[in-house]
Ligand binder design. Structure first.
Ligand code: FEO
Ligand code: CA
Ligand code: CA
Ligand code: CA
Length: 724
């Protein structure tokens, strides 16, 4: 989801002050002004060797997949385009029935029981193999469970005539509440060898924004989690705005709660009933007094408890919040763990991983006897990159653990949370986010009550620690071959060349701010197209790291000295990288886009990448005129190292992606096709900008169908491995 919130008004130095000062001192040799703006500054200090001293040439030949398909051209058609020799089929779409006795999806918006249907806005997705007898089997390729995040709802398509204005009918609100969360669905191969989803499988499950969930880890029972629903602060209801995902080494799902803050209203006068620090914390997470609930669920007729809870104002008389929902907002914003193999298992929020706008969760490569690290982004303008390090040390036997949620508790309920600070020399530091860090303990803008409070308000703890403000960190992934960590920085319309009053200037790790013109002549500013950061460290619990920028998003004809720094060709250019992950069967790094900036040239897409390793490129100085910035660029991709694999239909973004273990089936999620559909003053759609996937023959409605978020499976016509 494209999200522009910027509630980070900390005066944390972006590193550019430091960069600029040092640059002035160092007097880089530059060509005359206006000539070569980006000068190669030679190899990075750590290029050429892996962390363990292995020479690069020995590693380069290991595990880098060959990309041999014909790249797909950019497309603005309302169609799903794949390379020649490949076929895409829809597997499951919003509204499809999961259980017996649930009617087929209707194209008129008149579907009920969304807690028994596939949810909306397919986002992150993970594949969980099943053996023939229904046991967890990570290598199984014929039968599996897909766990699919359902991030938001398309109100305009979910109801017969769009959404009613507030006060909203309870039945409409209940439909929306049930269409978000997570869908777990069994899939298995049919006689033709194609996957189909299994209606009424005993594994099928819907977790919605109303499902009871346990709080786990340091914030379980914390005073700031007490509510009318859970006076002792150990439970809440639902997982909200589920975006990126992670798969744990013990075979469970981590689902990231992203823009949950928008789901909580605050009364205009609520600030009068709060302390200064409470008001500060709520504003820092984007909830100022008078904020409304994004779908106005709190307005539902009847004032039922399940609707009232979405207003997080102080309404009761208690001193501890046990008689109202003043703390309800504190129950969202976590990495939440779900065991897809056990439909009766309790869902648990792993609060030790901090509370922010969570995206993906990428685990370090597990090493016996060492801690696990989880790398995570906080997606809003100027927010941070985080790392959690487990107290427990990895026991390889836990990969096959019988009690997966107990294993989750072992590794994820106790550990340390850090935020990243980047330096211009290509190194960085992990800053500890608890009261052992004097900068956190002594922060003057917010007095942390305890270590739990620093997790609950991890953004503020990262402000205090002095972390680097980034260009909207989205998903993360770890290269299974060498352990390099990748994090997408999707874009930042607020980034400018210099720091100013409330303005974020460029720095070494976020080095671009420019103007881009759309074909209709509108001008876009900031880091318009985003970039993909890469990090490496010596062990999961390292407190320092090295970094470079694997790729800069850009249009292929953009200025190569300041914008198209990675030299992307027309077969490679992209904008707003979002989902990213290495395939479990192919080792391909799959990059998915959520683009608003380049949609005049192409709908959102998937690219296949075969990256090298951190330090395989060069350092650059970008001369922005008044401002110069040194950055570190990975090797520019060759034609067979980065290729566009797929382009989706109109007004969608491409989100979750998973592979079968043999790499022969690719599952891809398409979110909110037709989201640009205009509505009249009553909220009724006037015409659909997309009719996908009805127009590729899936479900009712054909070429005139309402658009639907969906999961697609892609195979090679010769049965071979995808991308090879
Ligand atoms: Fe749900 Fe940051 O995308
Ligand atoms: Ca996004
Ligand atoms: Ca453009
Ligand atoms: Ca996303």
């Amino acid at each position: 989801m494209h999200y522009e919130e910027d509630s980070n008004d900390s005066d944390n130095p972006t590193i550019d002050d430091v960069v600029n000062a040092r640059l002035r001192r160092r007097q880089f040799l530059m060509a005359s002004a206006g000539a070569i703006a980006a000068a190669g500054l030679g190899p990075l200090p750590f290029a050429g060797c892996a962390a363990d001293g292995t020479r690069r040439s020995e590693l380069d030949s290991v595990g880098v997949p060959a990309l041999e398909f014909e790249p797909v051209s950019k497309s603005v058609a309302d169609a799903l385009v794949v390379p020649p020799g490949y076929t895409a089929r829809v597997l499951i779409a919003v509204g499809d029935p999961l259980f017996a006795g649930v009617g087929s999806y209707r194209d008129d918006g008149d579907n009920s029981d969304y807690d028994r249907r596939c949810g909306d806005w397919h986002d992150g997705m993970e594949y969980f193999g099943l053996s023939a007898n229904g046991r967890p089997a990570s290598s199984a390729g014929d039968r599996a469970l897909l766990a699919i995040n359902n991030e938001w709802v398309s109100q305009e398509f979910l109801h017969p005539d769009g959404a009613s204005a507030a006060p909203r009918p309870a039945s409409e609100v209940d439909t929306e509440i049930a269409a978000m969360g997570v869908t777990v669905v069994e899939i298995s191969k049919d006689e033709q060898g194609h996957f189909a989803y299994v209606q009424d499988s005993p594994f099928n499950r819907r977790i919605t924004t109303l499902t009871p969930v346990e709080l786990a880890g340091p914030l379980r029972g914390h005073p700031k989690l007490r509510t009318l629903f859970s006076p002792d602060g150990v439970q809440t209801r639902g997982t909200v705005n589920n975006c990126g995902t992670g798969k744990t080494p013990w075979g469970t799902l981590l689902t990231g709660e992203e823009n949950w803050a928008e789901f909580f209203a605050r009364d205009a006068e609520d600030s009068d009933r709060r302390t200064e620090s409470e008001n500060y914390a709520l504003a820092r997470y984007g909830r100022r007094p008078g904020s409304s609930q994004t779908y106005q669920w709190d307005s539902a007729a009847g004032n039922a408890d399940r609707h009232r809870r979405w207003n997080t104002s102080v309404t009761g008389d208690s001193s501890d919040g046990s008689d109202d929902y003043r703390h309800e907002i504190n129950g969202q914003g976590y990495m939440t763990e779900i065991d897809p193999y056990d439909p009766d298992s309790t869902v648990r929020k792993r609060t030790a991983l901090g509370r922010f706008a969570h995206e993906g969760a990428a685990f370090s490569l597990p090493r016996s006897g060492e801690p696990l690290a989880v790398y995570m982004g906080d997606d809003a303008q100027g927010e941070y990159i985080f790392k959690f390090v487990s107290d427990a040390h990895w026991d390889p036997a836990d990969a096959e653990a019988g009690n997966r949620m107990a294993t989750g508790a072992k590794y994820l309920d106790s550990g340390r949370l850090y935020a990243a600070r980047f330096s211009e020399d290509g190194t960085g530091e992990w800053l500890l986010l608890n009261l052992d860090n004097p900068a956190v303990a002594g922060y003057d803008r917010y007095p942390f009550a305890d270590d739990g409070d620093a997790l609950l308000h991890a953004r503020i703890a990262a402000d205090a620690a002095g972390a680097t403000r980034m260009d909207r960190p989205e998903w993360s992934t770890v290269n299974p071959v060498n352990g390099d960590v990748y994090i997408t920085l999707t874009n930042n319309s607020g980034r400018r060349l210099s720091d100013g009053d409330g303005v974020l200037g460029v720095d070494s790790a976020n080095p671009r701010a420019y103007e881009d013109r759309r074909q209709d002549s509108t001008v876009q500013r900031g880091n318009v197209n985003g970039h993909i950061l890469r990090m490496a460290e010596d062990g999961a619990d390292a407190t320092g790291f090295r970094w470079d920028i694997y790729l800069f998003g850009a249009e292929s004809d953009a200025d190569a000295s300041l914008i198209n720094l990675s030299d992307l060709t027309a077969d490679q250019d992209f904008s707003s990288p979002d989902g990213i992950g290495f395939g479990s069967g192919t080792d391909i790094c799959w990059i998915r886009t959520d683009d608003a900036a380049m949609t005049d040239r192409s709908n959102a897409m998937v690219l296949a990448a075969a990256p090298g390793r951190l330090g395989d490129g060069e350092s650059l100085e970008l001369d922005h005129g008044e401002t110069q910035v040194v950055t570190h660029l990975g090797a520019r991709p060759q034609a067979n190292e980065l290729k566009r694999f797929l382009v989706g239909p109109v007004d969608q973004e491409i989100t979750g992606l998973a592979e079968t273990p043999d790499g022969r089936v690719l599952f891809v999620n398409f979110q909110h096709p037709g989201s640009g559909t205009p509505a009249d003053s009553a909220g009724r759609p006037e015409r659909y900008t997309s009719h996908w996937p009805g127009n590729m023959g899936y479900g009712p409605g054909g070429d005139l169908a309402r658009p639907r978020s969906a999961t697609v499976m892609i195979t090679r016509d010769d049965g071979g491995k995808i991308g090879g």
